[in-house]
Design a protein around this ligand. Structure first.
Ligand SMILES: Nc1nc2c(ncn2[C@@H]2O[C@H](COP(=O)(O)OP(=O)(O)OP(=O)(O)O)[C@@H](O)[C@H]2O)c(=O)[nH]1
Ligand SMILES: [Mg+2]
Length: 300
C-alpha cells in the first residue's frame, strides 16, 4: 500500500493524493463502502478515522485511486500523518518537482524526464527554490538605483547621501527572459562602511545586518563606486570571502575614477552602459555564466 502527493506541497486550493492499493484497502483506510464503485464519488471518511470534509475519490485503475481533498497546508500534513499511521508508505512523486517549478526555465527543465535527471544538485535547488541574490558594497555605489531599475519601479529610496539604505529589502525578480527566465530574490542592502568605528548606532546595526546577510544568501553581487576608494574594512571582508568567487562590478563609471582604486575595483567588471536596465542584464548574464549551463549542450 503506497501513496504519493500529486499536488504542490505548499499552500494550494486542492490537495491531490494517489493511493496504490486494492479497492478493499482504500475502503478500509477511510472506513467507507466501495461496493460497485466505478469511476468517481464524493465520499465522507468515517468519523473518528479522519476528521476531514468530503473528498472526491477517483478510480484510475483497479489498484490506483486518487483522492482530491480540500487544499491547505494543514490538510496535506494531517493526511500524510494519517497514511503513515495506517502503514501506507510514501513513494516519491515524479510530479513534485514540476509543481515546485517557480519559473519558465524551471518548468522547461523539470518537466522533461531526460533533462531533469541530468541536472546537478545546485541547479535542481536553484530551479525549485529561487536563489537569494544580495547587492552589496560601499554606500552610494548605486545599489538601490540598480535594485529599482531591476524592478522597474521606485521601490526603495535613492539619494546622494551615504547610508540611505538601512534595512535590507527583498523583491522577487526574473533573471533572463522568455523560456530561459529564472525566478530569484533580489536584496538591496545597507552600504558597508566604517563598520569598525561606526559611531552612529543605527549605522552599526545596519552594517551588522548586511554582514550577517552575506553568509545567508546564495550570491553576493558586489557593486563598487568608480569615484571612491574602497575602505580597508571592505577590503578585509572581500579578502575573507575569496573562496566564494563573488561577482564584482564597478558602477557610476561616468564619474571620474578615484585615484586610489583597490585591487578589487581593478578586477571588477565595469557597469558602464548608460541604461540601468542594461546594467541589470549584464549582472544577470554574469550570474548565468558563473553557474554554468544547467544541462549538457545537446539538451539545453
Ligand atoms: N553619476 C552617477 N550617479 C549615480 C549612478 N547610479 C546611481 N547614482 C546616484 O548615486 C547616488 C547613490 O545612489 P544609491 O542607489 O542611493 O546608492 P546606494 O549604493 O544604494 O547607497 P546606500 O544606500 O547609501 O548604501 C544617488 O544620487 C544616485 O542617483 C550612476 O551610474 N552615475
Ligand atoms: Mg541604498
Amino acid at each position: 500500500m503506497r501513496y504519493r502527493q500529486l499536488s504542490s506541497t505548499g499552500a494550494s486550493a486542492l490537495a491531490i493524493f494517489e493511493f496504490s492499493g486494492t479497492t478493499d484497502e482504500v475502503a478500509d483506510l477511510f472506513g467507507i463502502d466501495l461496493t460497485n464503485f466505478n469511476q468517481f464519488r464524493l465520499v465522507q471518511p468515517q468519523q473518528g478515522r479522519l476528521d476531514f470534509d468530503q473528498f472526491l475519490l477517483v478510480k484510475i485503475s483497479d489498484s490506483i485511486y486518487e483522492g482530491h481533498f480540500h487544499g491547505g497546508y494543514g490538510v496535506s500534513r494531517a493526511l500524510h500523518q494519517f497514511l503513515l499511521d495506517n502503514k501506507w508508505q510514501e513513494s516519491r512523486a515524479p510530479l513534485s518537482l514540476i509543481s515546485a517549478a517557480t519559473s519558465p526555465l524551471a518548468l522547461r527543465l523539470l518537466n522533461n524526464g531526460d533533462s531533469a535527471s541530468l541536472l546537478s544538485d545546485c541547479w535542481r535547488q536553484r530551479l525549485s527554490s529561487p536563489p537569494r541574490i544580495a547587492l552589496v558594497g560601499p554606500p552610494n555605489a548605486g545599489k538601490s538605483t540598480l535594485f529599482n531599475a531591476w524592478l522597474s519601479e521606485q521601490r526603495v529610496t535613492v539619494s546622494e547621501h551615504h547610508g540611505t539604505t538601512r534595512d535590507f529589502v527583498e523583491a522577487p525578480i526574473m533573471l533572463g527572459s522568455g523560456d530561459d527566465a529564472l525566478a530569484a530574490t533580489l536584496i538591496d542592502t545597507a552600504g558597508l562602511c566604517d563598520f569598525i568605528d561606526a559611531s552612529q548606532e543605527n549605522d552599526a546595526a545596519a552594517v551588522a545586518m548586511t554582514l550577517q546577510l552575506l553568509d545567508d544568501v546564495d550570491e553576493c553581487v558586489w557593486i563598487f563606486d568608480n569615484s571612491s576608494a574602497l575602505g580597508p574594512d571592505i577590503d578585509g571582508v572581500l579578502e575573507s570571502r575569496k573562496d566564494h568567487d563573488d561577482l564584482m562590478f564597478v558602477n557610476r563609471c561616468d564619474l571620474p575614477a578615484s585615484e586610489h582604486i583597490s585591487e578589487y575595483q581593478q578586477r571588477a567588471v565595469l557597469l558602464d552602459d548608460i541604461d540601468h536596465k542594461h546594467r541589470c542584464a549584464a549582472i544577470a548574464q554574469a550570474l548565468f555564466e558563473k553557474w554554468g549551463a544547467p544541462l549538457p549542450e545537446q539538451l539545453s
